[in-house]
Design a protein around this ligand. Structure first.
Ligand code: ASP
Ligand code: MG
Length: 401
């Protein structure tokens, strides 16, 4: 008998009615001859509410206690789902992450899965039980409960699928993966298939459908992931290994990130030590620098532009003030009204002219490109935020997304 790992998100288990509905779907899968492991998220907005509670008691709650608290959301949904299955006459058993041997490492609230002991899961499956496991949590080397970062239940499900050598089915409130966010472009088409590489780029660019760690893991183990609606019987999207563009297109998706700022510094003395010391201060503050471009030196001076998360603006300003005091000749411009527009597609590897087409469509719409970076399967461009809607629509139309 084949094992299948299914994951249901917060909306899908948001009420007792919905939990019963999920239970019926699980039963249908079981009756089609599968052994089922189910991972669930906390009901609806439970995790957000728990976070609020914590901050209402203490403006700087300890991360250990936060993990302890946040992990309880999933414990509610696993037991209710197990009860729902039992009420329908099926044998089910729920486990927390620690109970089922999901070991984690790293910092509280952002830990990673270090290993999973499958003994208990396999025993229960062999005893004909439907196994329900709390997503988003595990236990670290100090026997403390830790969580995997917001949205981490996807990672729990994929990690379990990897160690059980099973496919992973992620059920959610959307019909699958879209090349462009349907909230931004109403004619967006659902993708039938997408490669790990493309999905990883899109998830890291803020496309928001899946936890990037989940894709990383699936890619490492070549575990196929299905993303589909928990409400309809539609086929959804498969995320799998792919060398060629699956739908013959040059571009698979477009993403827009509105949470970055762009900083430009003019007339920096041309000296690699100065540049490296400047950026190491950002590293010390754990500020994630994204795009960087440097001009060729003219008269011993260079200009540098880079982007950073908008949430780090205050820290960035402090670093810039100190840098200005040291090098009074420089000029600093901070632009908060920028967006990062990216197109992603493995089709770019084999098709030429993608960048030209992308830049032309921006030019046709009078959209300025303030900075450009590329990888083998991605082109990203900083544009003024005012143009973001036009840019997404024009790109989606031109590349038929
Ligand atoms: N309940 C957690 C969250 O809201 C984990 C998850 O849903 O994936 O972030
Ligand atoms: Mg999620």
């Amino acid at each position: 008998m084949h094992i299948v790992v299914q994951k249901y998100g917060g909306t899908s288990v948001g009420s007792t009615e919905r939990i019963l509905n999920v239970a019926k779907r699980i039963i249908a899968k079981k009756n089609s001859g599968h052994q089922i492991v189910v991972v669930v998220s906390a009901m609806g907005k439970t995790t957000d509410e728990l976070v609020k509670l914590a901050y209402a008691i203490n403006p700087a709650p300890s991360k250990r206690e936060l993990d302890r608290l946040l992990s309880t959301g999933e414990q509610i949904s696993i037991s209710l789902l197990s009860m729902a299955l039992q009420s329908l006459g099926y044998d089910a058993i729920s486990f927390t992450g620690p109970q089922v041997g999901i070991r984690t490492s790293g910092r509280h609230t952002k830990s990673r899965i270090a290993g999973i002991d499958t003994t208990k899961i396999l025993e229960s499956l062999n005893a004909e039980k439907i196994v329900i496991i709390a997503g988003f949590q595990g236990v670290n080397e100090n026997d403390d409960v830790t969580t995997l970062g917001r949205g981490g239940s996807d990672t729990s499900a994929v990690a379990l699928a990897c160690v059980l050598d099973a496919p992973c089915e992620i059920y959610t409130d959307v019909e699958g993966i879209y090349g462009v966010d349907p909230r931004l472009y109403s004619k967006a088409k659902k993708l039938d298939a997408v490669s790990y590489e493309e999905m990883l780029e899109m998830a890291s660019l803020g496309a928001g459908v899946m936890h990037p760690r989940a894709i990383e893991l699936a890619s490492k183990y070549e575990t196929p992931i299905w993303v589909a609606s928990s409400e309809f019987e539609l086929p959804g999207t498969i995320i799998k290994k792919g060398e060629k563009s699956m739908e013959g297109q040059s571009i698979t998706g477009v993403a827009i990130d509105n949470d970055e700022i762009m900083i430009t510094i003019r007339d920096i003395p041309f000296d690699t030590n100065i540049t490296s010391q400047f950026f190491s201060q950002f590293a010390t503050k754990s500020i994630n620098i994204d795009m960087i471009s440097q001009s060729a030196p003219i008269d011993g001076l260079i200009n540098i532009s880079f982007t950073a998360p908008a949430s780090d603006l205050d820290d960035a300003k402090k670093i810039l003030t100190t840098f200005h005091e040291k090098h009074p000749g420089i000029g600093v411009i901070i632009d908060e009204n920028i967006s990062k527009l990216s197109v992603v597609g493995i089709g770019m590897r084999s098709q030429s002219g993608v960048a030209a087409k992308f830049f032309q469509l921006l030019a046709d719409n009078n959209i300025q490109m303030l900075m450009i970076t590329t990888s083998e399967i991605r082109i990203s461009c900083i544009i003024p935020s005012v143009d973001k809607d036009i840019a997404v629509t024009a790109t989606a139309e031109a590349f038929e997304l």
